[in-house]
Design a binder for this molecule. Structure first.
Ligand code: ATP
Length: 228
């Protein structure tokens, strides 16, 4: 699903964000990416969506060599992934259902399919009863559920989450994590950047730790580690 082959990233100002990273993530895995602030986690994720390109090495997603992809094919690559952010990023003047539907409208899905699929994913994340509510009338956890529904509505192979529980309390975070687990069990590969030690320790999944742009640890059924 994901392959990094000796990937380094040096930004224009000389910051070394990734240094000789090689790894493989298989289809259907659930992987946490942890590490201190500035370690290179966001850069790692940006390599997958072609938001940043490596200075050296190759990045493969579902057989596509991302670093060689022409700009015109980037939307095709991005359709393979759904992304969830810490700050939800919902459209404030659209309801929960409309926010989710929007992700299908932009790829011109037929209206009937949109209607059915939006209901299915809102049901999956447990928010069908709030389909017609605006984000401002939803709790943080509910807003994040809408964001997750939006990220999966086009059935991506890969779900990327960048600090998805960063703004949520521990109980809500636990519920959100259960939702990711459910989506993973349905076959979607999940890659999650987090500082949430409690969640990583609880989930008992693969943990990749980045320190100063290098993979310092790659452990199956790992914990968060010592640093905070
Ligand atoms: N656009 C950029 N231009 C220059 N340097 C950058 C850029 N983006 C990141 N960096 C640098 O690259 C290094 C890795 O940054 P990155 O954002 O990937 O870390 P991170 O682990 O995601 O941090 P955080 O947990 O704080 O989000 C840092 O030294 C950062 O200052």
């Amino acid at each position: 699903m994901i392959d990094f082959k000796d990937v380094s990233k040096v930004y224009e100002n000389g910051s070394v964000a990734l240094s000789h990273v090689s790894l493989h993530i298989g289809k259907g895995e659930f992987v946490f990416v942890v590490g201190a602030s500035g370690a290179g986690k966001s850069t790692f994720i940006k390599m997958l969506s072609h938001e940043e390109l490596p200075s050296q090495g190759s990045v493969f997603v579902d057989g596509i060599e991302v670093n060689k992809l022409p700009k015109s094919r980037v939307p095709y690559l991005r359709r393979k992934m759904g992304i969830v952010f810490q700050d939800f990023r919902l459209l404030p003047n659209k309801t929960a259902a409309e926010n989710v539907a929007f992700a299908m409208e932009v790829i011109e899905s037929p209206r009937k399919v949109i209607k059915e699929r939006v209901r299915t994913v809102l049901d999956l994340v447990g928010l069908l009863s709030k389909a017609d509510d605006l984000p401002q009338n939803l709790s943080g956890g509910e807003q994040q559920r809408v964001a997750i529904a939006r990220a999966i509505v086009n059935r991506p192979l890969l779900l990327i989450a960048d600090e998805p529980t960063g703004n949520l309390d521990p109980d809500t975070s636990k519920d959100i994590m259960e939702t990711f687990k459910k989506i993973n069990h349905m076959g979607t590969t999940v890659l999650m950047v987090t500082h949430d030690k409690q969640m990583v320790d609880l989930m008992n999944k693969r943990v990749i730790e980045i320190v100063d742009g290098k993979i310092a640890r790659d452990e199956q059924k790992g914990g968060y580690g010592d640093e905070d």
